[in-house]
Design a protein around this ligand. Structure first.
Ligand code: FMN
Length: 297
């Protein structure tokens, strides 16, 4: 019970009580002279409160839209890196969705290279679970050539199928550049050894320098490059300057990014990590033996 005998849990009573108090406070503020310090502070606090509520409300309301846009951006990257649609067509969400129809997404256990069907692939997020003690793991320092410290034990692979046959495979890759961890996709031809395309959907390297990793002209020179040497080691990497196609080994080399040696090194490192034994190596070896990814399961 309140002092005056009004029940404390009476909602109407307490709401009207607060309203009265608020009205009294507002009329007190209004009655203050405009140039008084109290009125200035009260108006500033009121405006700040209003803005805070507005920002918080917008963040909550726009969150689902942000998530949908982020997913669409990743989907765009997946279908364009595989060459299913062009960059200019990627602005059309319907074309992106249609191209996704040619892609089968599977979850691979990286250590064994085998498919895993027991984890829900729809909700699986490799970046989120990398810190999870069960689904993620710390990368031993000597193996962490991509400088990412942790990774998920599983990764999504995107298998492009045409007429029921494997046409390409898209592998998620990530590695540290100069300022940021760069997240992207590497698309390989159906042989699992030849590059079809590369792209980065999340990176914060300097625009015009390391940020040129997203430049379509630079990305175009990756097509046809070979990942593995005759010993099966992932040797594809960026060199300083431009590749001389007449020189032996040029099929394993990509032009370095001008004025961005550290980002270039980061890209070489992430290719070596993710295409090596601690990345998709075991999966690609199983695929090579079976010649169909399904055979790797
Ligand atoms: C403002 C600023 C931004 C830079 N951004 C990058 C970058 O994104 N990636 C990178 O590799 N180097 C960047 N650099 C250059 C590096 O600091 C470093 O000098 C360079 O990688 C050295 O190699 P290079 O000049 O031979 O390419 C930047 C330098 C400055 C001053």
């Amino acid at each position: 019970m309140s002092k005056k005998g009004t029940p404390m849990n009476s909602k109407t009573g307490s709401v009207s009580g607060y309203k009265q108090k608020l009205d009294a406070l507002l009329s007190k503020i209004r009655s203050l002279p405009n140039d008084s310090l109290e009125k200035t502070i009260a108006v500033a606090v009121g405006v700040s409160l209003f803005c805070a509520v507005f920002v918080a409300f917008s963040a909550v309301v726009l969150r689902p839209l942000q998530i949908a846009n982020k997913k669409l951006d990743i989907d765009k990257n997946i279908v364009t890196v595989a060459g299913l649609i062009s960059e200019s067509e990627a602005g059309d969400a319907d074309l992106v969705r249609a191209a996704l129809g040619d892609i089968e997404t599977k979850l691979v256990e990286l250590e064994t290279g085998e498919f895993n069907d027991s984890i829900d692939i729809e909700t699986f997020d490799a970046r989120k679970v990398s810190g999870d003690p069960e689904l993620g793991m710390e990368i031993p320092r000597q193996d962490d050539i991509a400088h990412i410290k942790r990774r998920a034990k599983y990764a999504k692979v995107y298998l492009v199928k045409k007429g029921g046959k494997l046409n390409a495979m898209i592998l998620p890759v990530s590695g540290y550049g100069l300022w940021s961890t760069m997240y992207g996709f590497l698309a390989l031809e159906a042989d699992g050894k030849t590059v079809r395309g590369i792209n980065f959907y999340d990176q914060a390297e300097t625009p015009g320098l390391g940020g040129e990793v997203v430049n379509p002209k630079w990305r175009a020179i990756w097509k046809g490059k070979k990942v593995y040497n005759d010993q099966g080691e992932p040797v594809l990497g960026l060199i300083k300057g431009n590749v001389d196609p007449s020189k032996p080994g040029s099929e394993y080399q990509v032009d370095g990014l001008a004025g961005a040696t550290l980002t270039s090194q980061g890209v070489s490192n992430l290719i070596k990590y993710w295409l090596g034994q601690n990345g998709f190596g075991p999966f690609l070896e199983k695929f090579e033996k079976s010649k169909t990814p399904e055979g790797a399961a």
